[in-house]
Structure formats: structure tokens, C-alpha cells
Design a binder for this molecule. Structure first.
Ligand SMILES: [Zn+2]
Length: 222
């Protein structure tokens, strides 16, 4: 694993043609999960498939520990080609050099204490869903059921037992979400966004990152 810099953006690369993209640090107020993902990657990279990992997609938001970055943006609404956000532009120009089978973007939901959920750009089979739900149980987290974020017009989605399928193939592209951009640009075939319970204890977050990332890497490289 090698640490590199793309026009001030720090990232790690393992293997020359990585098919897995790992992202964290879009939202600075959710960075504990990103820090834990960085630890997970550093401890396990030898056993992981080749990957590219950007630990701080928005370095200025992570430094300030805020949702918005130094340019006044939620960077996860700036993944559009016309954006003037320099951090989003840097990430897009780096990622345009690659093509991935799988992307895992690690976020926290600051309103949750124990409830975990996952967004999927596609749809898991019943068998995959059963396995996914089964691996969450031993972490001590609960599978969240309910609306994700009523205050966000691009979200407000119903989460069922820890899972939401976004169905990119069937829905319109508007939002400026990184996962949507990756999909539209044919940069990534399948994207997952994890929502780790932000108010949960660090130990719970550690277990969730370990279990969920391992599961997604083993189950969804197709
Ligand atoms: Zn987030």
C-alpha cells in the first residue's frame, strides 16, 4: 500500500489497477468512522483486494469537523461536472483515471445511537440481504427501520431493517452525490454507502466497519 498525493489530495493505493474504491471524510462531523476505516485499511490491506482509498474526500470539512467544507458546500452534493468546489473537482479528476467494480463510502448518521443502515446503488438478492443482516447482529448494532433524513429533499427515504436500495438504473440523476456521479460516469458498477450510528460508542463503530466492509468486499465483487 502506497500513500500518494493528487494535487494536494491524499490517497492510498494498493495494486496498480484497483477495482475497489474506499471513501470516507465527506462530512467532517462524521469523521470518527473515517478514522476507523483508515485504521482498518492500515491493519488489513495485505488481505484486501487491490483498492484506492481516499480517507478525507473533503479535507477542509474534516479539519473543521463540520458537515460543510471551507467553500460552504456539502461536498456530497457537488459531484457534478460544473461544480466550482475545488475539493470535489480534485476527487473527480483523480477518479476519472480509474474504473471500479465496487465503491464503499463510509458515513455516519449523527442522529443514531445503535441503528445502522446501508444504501445500495442496486438491489441485493434475498439471500445476500439475509447474510448482510446476520453479520450485523453480533456487532451489537440494531438494523435501523424508518426514514433516513426528513430534512433532506434528496433523501427522505424509507430504510427497512438496515437497508435501502437506491435503484440507480430506474431513478433520475440529479443529486450531486458521489455515488451517483460514479455510476453515471461508468466509474463504478456498484456503490454502497454505510451509515454508522454517529452517537454510538467507538467500539461499536469499529466492529461495524470491520464486519460490513469485510462482507461487502467478499460478497459484491461481481
Ligand atoms: Zn455523511
Amino acid at each position: 500500500m502506497e500513500q500518494r498525493i493528487h494535487d494536494t489530495l491524499e490517497y492510498y493505493i494498493h495494486g496498480e489497477l484497483p477495482r475497489v474504491l474506499l471513501l470516507s471524510g465527506m462530512h467532517g462531523d462524521e469523521y470518527e468512522a473515517g478514522e476507523l476505516l483508515e485504521l482498518f485499511v492500515k491493519n488489513h490491506y495485505l488481505k484486501l483486494p487491490d483498492f484506492l482509498f481516499i480517507p478525507r474526500v473533503s479535507p477542509s470539512a474534516v479539519n473543521a469537523r463540520t458537515r460543510k467544507n471551507a467553500y460552504g458546500h456539502d461536498i456530497n452534493r457537488q459531484f457534478i461536472d460544473t461544480t466550482d468546489d475545488p475539493e470535489a473537482r480534485r476527487v473527480m479528476s483523480l477518479l476519472k483515471q480509474f474504473s471500479f467494480d465496487l465503491c464503499i463510502d463510509v458515513h455516519e448518521d449523527p442522529d443514531r445511537t445503535m441503528g445502522f443502515y446501508l444504501y445500495d446503488s442496486d438491489q441485493m438478492t434475498d439471500e445476500e440481504l439475509a447474510t448482510f443482516r446476520a453479520i450485523i447482529h453480533p456487532t451489537g448494532a440494531r438494523l435501523y427501520t424508518g426514514v433516513d433524513d426528513v430534512d433532506d429533499e434528496n433523501l427522505n427515504l424509507y430504510v427497512e431493517k438496515g437497508y435501502v436500495s437506491l435503484g440507480f438504473e430506474k431513478s433520475e440523476a440529479v443529486s450531486g452525490f458521489s455515488s451517483r456521479w460514479l455510476y453515471e460516469e461508468n466509474r463504478c458498477k456498484r456503490s454502497f454507502t454505510t451509515e454508522i450510528p454517529g452517537k454510538g460508542p467507538r467500539e461499536l463503530k469499529t466492529k461495524l466497519i470491520h464486519s460490513v466492509v469485510s462482507f461487502l468486499l467478499s460478497a459484491h465483487l461481481r
